[in-house]
Design a protein around this ligand. Sequence first.
Ligand SMILES: *Cc1c(COP(=O)(O)O)cnc(C)c1O
Length: 404
Amino acid sequence: MTSHLLPTYARVDLAFERGEGVWLIATDGERYLDFTSGVAVNALGHAHPRLVAAITEQAQKLWHVSNLYRIPEGERLAARLCELSFADTVFFCNSGAEAMEGAIKMARKFHAANGQPDRFRIITFEGAFHGRTLATLAAGGNKKYLEGFGPPVEGFDQLPFGDIELVKKAIGPQTAAILIEPVQGEGGVRVVPPSFLRALREVCDAHGLLLVFDEIQTGMGRTGELFAYQRAGVAPDIMAIAKALGSGFPVGAFLGATEAAKGMVPGTHGSTFGGNPLAMSVGNAVLDVMTEPGFFTDVQRKAIGLRQRLAEVVDRYPDIVSEVRGEGLLAGLKAVVPSGELVDALRAEKMITVAAGDNVVRLLPPLIISEDEIAEGVARIDRACARLRRSRAEQKAAQPGAAG
Ligand SMILES: *Cc1c(COP(=O)(O)O)cnc(C)c1O
């Protein structure tokens, strides 16, 4: 079948028409267990009644007015995000990459406002992913993604992951900030040790640099706290969030402390759609659910259960998977077989997962998943591993010269 969609994705030939909690129902009626959440987006699962009610109510009142006027729902969401984080100020946009662009602009403008406009360079780390716009591609430094799009945006210095001495050496008179994901998501669920984040904070303080966290994937509860930095005990100066902020409604934001944001005066940034009443109502409803007592302790408890069960799978199938990684419900299984084969085998077991770098399969269930559904997910992973073991044994037996 020909498609008129620009073919930038290698899509699976599968479409869904409904979702219920952690389940996706395909157009052929099959039910799939969703351990992807639209890539860390649907934190509250599919068709959450509170979100459906919030968007329905707002849709009947007002969708969009532009940022020429006050938007009370947005003022409320910004106040709540600041109350719950290090930040004092929030800009709402529509995606992760846009949030990162804003965070980069804020970091550069801070130094310009201090009379040092030449300080614009940002230190980033190998394996990072910050988005697909021109600046965020340069920040991520993935050569495959940059290829053919002209000279990369200037001003990003990429270093190997985790070596603080290299960071100190890389700082020059033009360095403005250090940018890092507290857990690299796309890069392979690589958890940054809290000691490294603390060391980055010290280096930033010593050199007058801003510390910028990309919490687009880790933020909004994914790691078992509202923000991953809260578990690490290190606060940034600027932070980008998106994915789960709208739990399926497209919305992003960058947040700053007062001092870090001081360059962003009227006229320095804007967005037509950013923070419209529809998006803001959904964002507030997401926070209503996440801030209920016990929400995060529940996520943490379920995450520990998932980890223990996954460790048993690794013990049973060392020929298929070798390691469990992650933080909270941002889990990764390092595969021994090609990760894509494991994703396919899981889909054959009616379970949806997503591959990441470093041959890892990401497990990102909705945060509202139950213990029973986690057990069901692990049972399916077990069966997928058994399936792969069988097919590999069959392949081997079929090889010319194989015994028997
Ligand atoms: C997904 C992601 C982005 C990009 O978000 P988009 O909404 O796709 O633009 C940036 N950084 C991280 C860490 C992400 O996981």
